[in-house]
Design a protein around this ligand. Sequence first.
Ligand SMILES: Nc1ncnc2c1ncn2[C@@H]1O[C@H](COP(=O)(O)OP(=O)(O)OP(=O)(O)O)[C@@H](O)[C@H]1O
Ligand SMILES: [Mg+2]
Length: 473
Amino acid sequence: MKPKLPPLLLIDDEKNMRLSLQTVMSEEGYETRAVESAEEGLELLKTDEFFMAIADARLGGMSGYEFLEKVKERWPQFPVLIITAYATPKLAVEAIKAGAIDYLAKPFAPEELIHAVTRCAERYQLIKENIDLRAGSGQVYRLDQIIGNCPQVNELKQLIKTVAPTDATVFILGESGTGKELVAGAIHALSKRANAKYVRINCAAIPEMLLESELFGHEKGSFTGAHKQKTGRVEEADQGTIFLDEIGDMSRPLQAKLLRFLEDGSFTRVGGNEERRVDVRLIAATNRDIVHAIRENLFREDLFHRLNVVQLRSPPLRERGDDILLLAEHFINQFSISMNKPVKKLADDAVAKLKSHHWPGNIRELKNVIERAVILETQGEINADHLPDFRIESKLGKSDDGMPPSFGLEEILSVQEKEIILRALEQNRFSLTKSSAQLKISKENLVERLQKLNVHMESTRDNDVVIPLKVNS
Ligand SMILES: Nc1ncnc2c1ncn2[C@@H]1O[C@H](COP(=O)(O)OP(=O)(O)OP(=O)(O)O)[C@@H](O)[C@H]1O
Ligand SMILES: [Mg+2]
């Protein structure tokens, strides 16, 4: 009846009480483990998972109250319910203050207990779902959540509708912030697999060492820290869709394993021998210049062709014409609701400013700009003053229009050089070797330039990975 719930821990030194509580709980579909003392209970909590504990206030050794205190010190969120034959209002208040989820005086009606336990069970499941969500399950989007009417976006939406129902692998390309996640989610939502799992993995966010086991799972003891056997995300996504986001950041050895997986859906867990097979549809995305990455030997060409069955491009915002305003209005609505602040319109000077910016950060940048403007405005209207000074930003971007005349050529060039170098470092996870290769300069030259540009670094032990400390402008 409650398949996902771990057992309930029951602590009572009276045998009859343990038995009757166990009976009540098992009739309700809860599994219980009963112990006689708080000491035993604490030991069990260290090793096994429970969704809550019920403890009698008076026990042989440590009391139920002391147990509660110890539990709260170590696991503040863990629900403990105290039952007692010697209830006083004062004790009840104290128990609740000390963090008990509830306090029941014996004899109590089974319904009272069941009610409290059900609340804990629901809470446990909510917390668990949140953890699963944070672990990176993908968010599914509907096509109508992709705002935009310009020809490129309409064409993109049309393509999504066409490819979604097929099982074809889709490769989504596009600059950062152009909505690739939205596109991937919409493809799943419109596919035959819509009712099955949608699993998103951000390949850039998971350390290289762990990514393989995250994807394909591992057997117990296959590496230090692999205490338990773990199923991979591809198994979790069986019958559904897996979205490999930021795939351009995947290491070459893992690219080879992924290629094999793409050929026939087969894989082995890390440290395992058994060949496994799943049925998943793959969507991948990257904001990298993938052709460049292939040329630089950072990305396997054969994998690219495997992924590139259908290629979708999410266009940059600066190519979307009046969609900028449509999107701005959409975000104004969204933020005025979430901030409970009625903002009605965009003033003409704001419209002109939004339209003249080149949006290097694309829709993500626009969303942040609007959020800030909704916070700043006070009259129900967003005007140019509520928007950032894009001229300063364009010094760092691609366009040089609006560059103040006080800037000489050298200054402009060094601002741009710094930006290019920092971006390369970021893309290569601050590896000097990889960044200098990408920039086609020597590693020594890269270090020299960083020093000249006043970018101070802290280097790690192998001296290849550096962390910019403070960027002086
Ligand atoms: N067409 C759109 N309509 C509404 N919101 C959008 C649209 N495109 C993007 N967004 C919003 O902009 C933000 C950035 O989008 P998303 O995270 O999908 O970008 P991305 O292409 O995956 O970027 P990155 O390469 O940096 O991961 C998100 O908050 C997303 O909801
Ligand atoms: Mg993304």
